[in-house]
Design a protein around this ligand. Structure first.
Ligand SMILES: *Cc1c(COP(=O)(O)O)cnc(C)c1O
Length: 417
């Protein structure tokens, strides 16, 4: 992977033809250290948010050595890039073959489930192993989350106690509870509320949990979606834990995906055509921009232009634009609005920020597109939950001046790592 000081340097040096995933390992490092420091328990990274090797390596280098995995390919990826790390197979529905391979070939001991049938499958596929950590996944209210994860998985309050009891009896190792409050959770109190639900079920079952896993859902910052400080989430979890029926050695776990990686990557895309208020880009909803199309998230953008060996960031007289991706499918459309200088034209580059989570992870090769490269940059992300950003997300504004301001790219010095 090549290293540049900023995406603008990359544009000036090689005007990339393919979309480029901009990797900022320093931002992963800051988020990883923050969670290690502030979360009073073990941090498992949810690999699905961004399975890029550079992410996994940056996490390991900064102390996050536990991983929430959902498939054998994710397990193999972690085994390759973070050998010796601890993995938890937290998908509540797994194939027997996947369970066996995880247990016997990869040393995975932690499995989650939300039915008696899946628990029986786990016991059977591990040869009735006695050293399992069995985690009951509860269904909880997803109040205040952008994406609910409750509809598909999680045992309801009525059936939870029976499943907890069965899990307690099935293992001599750890029995625990987990939940997911929903992704991009905007309400810190959702965690405490979910822990109260978990506690009630434990009391009814008459068992103590050895593990309380509060899942993922920790937010990042997007235009029009500025969440409360992450400290408030930690406070809510601490309050919830203090009120739970647990014993002194009960472990607290979390499984952040988005919050560890969202700000650490952006996409550098090229404008292939301008048609009215629509820009046709070389990346789209079948590439790294799934959320921009399907959730209509207005990601932050920056415009760059390369000319005569120079490159500049363009500002001024912003206009609301929409994007189309490169495939022939009409749903490859991102309504935005994305506020960009009105003289944007073919050949320009756009950096689309805050795409480290559920960006490249969603990439397909539909229609022959989606082949992105990766480059490392040492500058700050466009916005940050960790006080990293030099400026916050640009707010749409309309100016009357027709002048396009050019801020010349700084020197040609490259930062090597
Ligand atoms: C997706 C997922 C996560 C990560 O969720 P974020 O909202 O990205 O933090 C954690 N745990 C489980 C079980 C998941 O499915």
């Amino acid at each position: 992977m090549h290293t540049y000081h900023t995406p603008l340097d990359l544009v000036r040096e090689r005007s990339p033809e393919r979309p480029v995933a901009i990797a900022r390992p320093d931002a992963v490092a800051v988020a990883a250290r923050w969670f290690q420091d502030k979360f009073k328990g073990d941090v498992f990274y949810a690999v699905k948010a961004n399975p890029s090797p550079w992410v996994i390596e940056a996490l390991v280098a900064n102390g996050v050595t536990s991983f929430d995995v959902a498939s054998i390919p994710e397990i193999e990826l972690v085994a390759e890039h973070a050998p010796g790390s601890r993995m938890a197979f937290m998908h509540p529905v797994k194939s027997r073959r996947a369970i066996s391979a995880a247990y016997f070939d990869h040393g995975v001991r932690t499995f989650s489930f939300d039915t008696h049938e899946e628990l029986a499958k786990i016991l059977d596929a591990t040869g009735n192993a006695k050293d399992l950590n069995l985690i009951v996944r509860l269904g909880v209210q997803a109040e205040g989350a952008a994406y609910s994860l409750a509809g598909k998985f999680g045992v309801d309050a009525h059936q939870a106690p029976g499943l907890m009891l069965a899990a307690r009896r099935a293992t001599q190792d750890l029995m625990g509870v987990s939940f997911h409050v929903g992704s991009q959770c905007m309400r810190p109190t959702a965690y405490q509320a979910a822990m109260t639900q978990a506690s009630r079920a434990l009391v009814r079952a008459g068992v103590f949990a050895d593990v309380v896993d509060v899942g993922g859902g920790f937010p990042s910052v997007y235009p029009g979606m500025v969440p409360p400080a992450l400290d408030d989430y930690m406070d809510s979890i601490e309050r919830g834990f203090a009120e739970m029926m647990v014993h002194e050695t009960t472990e607290l776990w979390c499984e952040p995906g988005r919050a560890l990686v969202a700000e650490a990557s952006s996409m550098l895309v090229k404008v292939e055509l301008k048609k009215g208020d629509a820009l046709y880009l070389n990346d789209g909803s079948y590439g790294s921009l799934f959320d921009a199309a399907h959730s209509k998230w207005p990601f932050p953008v920056k415009l760059m232009r390369a000319e005569d060996g120079e490159a500049a960031e363009l500002e001024g007289n912003l206009k609301p634009l929409r994007f189309y991706g490169p495939t022939c499918d009409a749903i490859d459309h991102m309504p935005g609005p994305f506020w960009l200088p009105e003289d944007v034209r073919e050949g320009d580059y756009i950096e689309i920020g805050m795409l480290g989570a559920y960006g490249v992870a969603m990439n397909t090769r539909f229609n022959g597109f989606g082949d992105a490269e990766t480059a490392v940059c040492g500058d700050a992300p466009m916005a940050s939950m960790y006080g990293l950003a030099r400026r916050s997300i640009p707010v749409p504004r309309q100016e009357n001046e027709n002048v396009v301001k050019l801020s010349r790219a700084r020197g040609k010095k490259r930062r090597r790592r």
